[in-house]
Design a protein around this ligand. Structure first.
Ligand code: SAM
Length: 332
């Protein structure tokens, strides 16, 4: 398998796979890992290239020719009638690699047009949104003269999101990304409690979908969240907040810059145990703790998350830094 993650996090990703999932890592570089690995429950995995084939050549045409041979050989017996992803990637850390990838992809496209113009016309340069297993062509460059090509990929859902000029913070992109991974987003009339809300990116994201938000933070709301008719700003402590008797929020959002165990014990556990919310998006900052030990604790069979929300997804988002995001639903 070849697996991708956010560049700079491959060492942590390798630890997650070897320590928590008994994987074997054979090689790694910025944003990728090679080995015998199962990333289905990984937080750090972005893409899994299934059964990749190594491509090596020292010219653009050589690389394109080999990818074309691989693709055409693998097509035998397969009819392509619908749009398919032709997705080419590589670490941006290698200066100039992006241009080379673009050149190889164009040369491949030309070769394919000559042989199978109808199939070439159906190629799409992007992945479908959300999580899933997709068939197409996926090429990941680990260096200028070396790439891996696969016909199948498992997408764990992370992707760069579009900004909104009214969004008051970069954090807005995290909650937008979380919604598309979860495949669910706040609906008009749903209720949201946003703990650690300022300057209001997450609250704004929910309010623009028509949800009613209580935003807790001593700091001020800004941009599109300031004076939004669907956002009620309360200057109070997130740890002291309790819903009214019998009240259940449709969503809990929590993006506190706090020690993650403290958030788990004093926010996640009571909110899930008392069923104060139906769904949740919680961001945990692992800058000062061992992220892999933290993941192991949250996934342990007796942890509140496992017991009360067993389908919770854990992701190191495209827009996350030293933090990961829990997204889930409180079980019946
Ligand atoms: C990373 S920011 C949240 C960004 C926000 N999600 C957004 O989209 O703009 C963390 C916020 O948590 C707030 N915070 C930290 N401890 C808090 C507490 N005990 N109660 C309420 N807010 C708290 C901080 O004031 C800060 O505004």
């Amino acid at each position: 398998m070849l697996l991708t993650c956010q560049p700079g996090f491959e060492a942590m990703f390798a630890r997650e796979l070897t320590e928590l999932h008994r994987g074997v890592v054979t090689e790694k570089g910025p944003g990728w890992i090679l080995g015998e690995l199962d990333a289905n429950h990984s937080a750090f995995a972005h893409l899994t290239l299934v059964d990749p084939v190594e491509i090596r050549a020292d010219s653009v045409n050589g690389l394109a020719g080999q990818v074309a041979d691989f693709f055409l050989t693998s097509l035998r017996g397969e009819r392509i009638e619908a749009a398919w992803p032709s997705y080419w990637q590589g670490p941006a850390e290698l200066v100039g690699l992006g241009r080379r990838i673009g050149a190889v992809a164009s040369a491949f496209d030309e070769l394919l047009r000559k042989k199978l113009s109808r199939v070439a016309r159906l190629a799409q340069p992007d992945l479908p949104r959300g999580r899933g297993r997709w068939r197409g062509l996926f090429v990941f460059f680990v260096d200028f003269n070396r790439a891996y090509a696969a016909r199948e990929v498992v997408a764990h859902g992370q992707r760069r999101m579009a900004d909104d000029e009214l969004a008051p913070s970069r954090s807005y992109l995290k909650i937008e990304e979380a919604f598309q991974i979860l495949g669910r987003e706040p609906q008009p009339g749903e209720t949201v409690c946003d703990l650690g809300a300022a300057p209001g990116g997450w609250s704004y994201s929910a309010a623009k979908r028509g949800a009613q938000v209580i935003a807790l933070d001593n700091g001020p709301l800004k941009g599109g969240a300031l004076n939004h008719p669907l956002i009620e700003h309360r200057c109070s402590d997130a740890f002291g907040f309790r819903p009214s008797a019998g009240e259940t929020f449709d969503w809990l959002f929590c993006d506190l810059v706090e020690e993650p165990h403290h958030v788990l014990r004093h926010i996640v556990e009571p909110w899930l145990t008392q069923r104060w919310c139906r769904r949740f998006v919680v961001n945990l900052k692992f800058g000062r703790v061992d992220a892999i030990a933290l993941l192991a604790e949250i996934r342990a069979p007796d942890s509140p998350v496992t017991r009360l929300a067993p389908t919770t997804l854990f992701r190191h988002l495209y827009h996350d830094r030293e933090e990961f995001t829990l997204m889930g639903e409180v079980g019946p």
